[in-house]
Design a protein around this ligand. Structure first.
Ligand SMILES: *Cc1c(COP(=O)(O)O)cnc(C)c1O
Length: 368
């Protein structure tokens, strides 16, 4: 069986180093808000090239805390609108609605899967306060035009960077493109912890200070609470693991690019549409968190590959506006997002998949 993602193999690559760091935390007797999270935050901010990085409990909290921070700073209030792609993972939308803000969906481009920047301006109202871009599947979405729209309407650009750590647009890393960014280090992400973990990056000192307090019970000083906060801290164990793995993220992403290049060059089947990238493969605008193909007979293709012992997944089968959780949007329609949900299929891709496995996947897909 070719697994969709072999997490054990991924982490065993760095076993010796990770074990050493884990034992160091174990022996230290200090498990929260210590040296390891400080190290990881320092290394993350120098990697992304931003002034501030704040470790938090997970990727959803990173996005929630950014919006909560902007509310505390008076930049947005209940009922304000945030633009978000109609085909994202539900976490992007949950972060918005959880803050009593209103998600305003904008359709993606059918070929890149990313929000169609051309369609954003038409959705801006007097209540719009931010655009949440999602670098979906690992591909950067950004342009001068996006920046110009945000500036003209005084909107914050918030990056959902859960899937694209290490990707670059004109030598600027995702996480440094917008006003603030949320990262997820869920085990299956390109930089994965051994459990839940996340981070916020920003160049905005006030926002960073507010988020740091909000994530720690709304407190900057023990037992003095400035905000109605939450508990969303990145612990020392996860920080230690992430600090080891961060050193190898460029190398790991490069391995993914090699697999993606093979799929793009060698999958030849008129039933299948390959993902479009905006620049050439050697450019750094894609880190291939997922390799997503499209086909009219998706469920059939998935079943066929399963019979060939190749595990695939669907990202995502139901768009947020059609989820039961968002009943109030169920009557609305975003046909591009809805179509994608019926056509997309994610092939195995990772930093540890080997060339025999890739050969077999290509051969099987071509024979379909
Ligand atoms: C994984 C993911 C998140 C949420 O991250 P968690 O760490 O699981 O909370 C948010 N947005 C996108 C696009 C994701 O893929």
């Amino acid at each position: 069986m070719i697994k969709f993602l072999d997490l054990q193999k991924t982490n065993l690559q760095y076993q010796t180093e990770i074990e050493e760091r884990l034992m160091k935390v174990f022996r230290s007797g200090w498990y929260l808000l210590g040296e390891e999270v400080a190290n990881f935050e320092a290394n993350l901010k120098s990697y992304i090239k931003v002034d501030e990085a704040i470790g938090v409990a997970n990727g959803l909290d990173a996005l929630r805390l950014i919006l909560k921070g902007y509310k505390e700073l008076g930049f947005m209030k209940d009922g304000d609108e945030v633009i978000v792609p109609s085909n994202t993972y539900i976490a992007s939308v949950l972060a918005i609605s959880d803050n009593n803000l209103t998600p305003v969906f904008v359709e993606p481009d059918n070929t890149t899967f990313n929000i169609d920047i051309e369609k954003i301006e038409g959705k801006i109202t007097s209540k719009t306060k931010a655009i949440m871009i999602v670098h979906l599947y690992g591909q950067v979405v950004y342009s001068e035009k996006l920046k110009e729209i945000a500036t003209r309407y005084n909107l914050k650009i918030i990056e959902d960077n859960a899937q694209a750590i290490g990707a670059e647009w004109n030598q600027i890393k995702t996480g440094a493109l917008g006003d603030a960014a949320g990262f997820s280090f869920y085990p299956g992400k390109n930089l994965g912890a051994l459990g839940d973990a996340g981070a916020v990056t920003t160049n905005d000192k006030d926002l960073a200070k507010t988020i740091r307090a909000l994530a720690n019970y709304g407190s900057n000083k023990k037992y003095v609470n400035q905000y109605i906060g939450l508990n969303s801290r990145l612990d020392e164990i996860q920080s230690a693991v992430l600090d080891v793995k961060l050193k190898y993220i460029d190398k790991d992403n490069q391995k993914r690019r090699i697999v993606a290049a093979r799929y793009l060059n060698e999958i030849i089947n008129s039933e299948i549409t390959l993902p479009q990238i905006e620049n050439c493969i050697n450019n750094k605008n894609h880190v291939w968190h997922l390799f997503v193909i499209k086909t009219n007979n998706r469920d059939e293709l998935q079943k066929y590959l399963e019979e060939k012992n190749i595990q695939t997944l669907i990202h995502y089968p139901i768009p947020p506006h059609k989820q039961q959780a968002y009943q109030k949007y169920n009557h609305t329609t975003y046909p591009i997002a809805e179509n994608l949900c019926n056509e997309v299929l994610s092939l195995p891709i990772s930093s540890v998949i080997n060339s025999e496995e890739v050969n077999k996947i290509i051969e099987s897909v071509n024979k379909y």
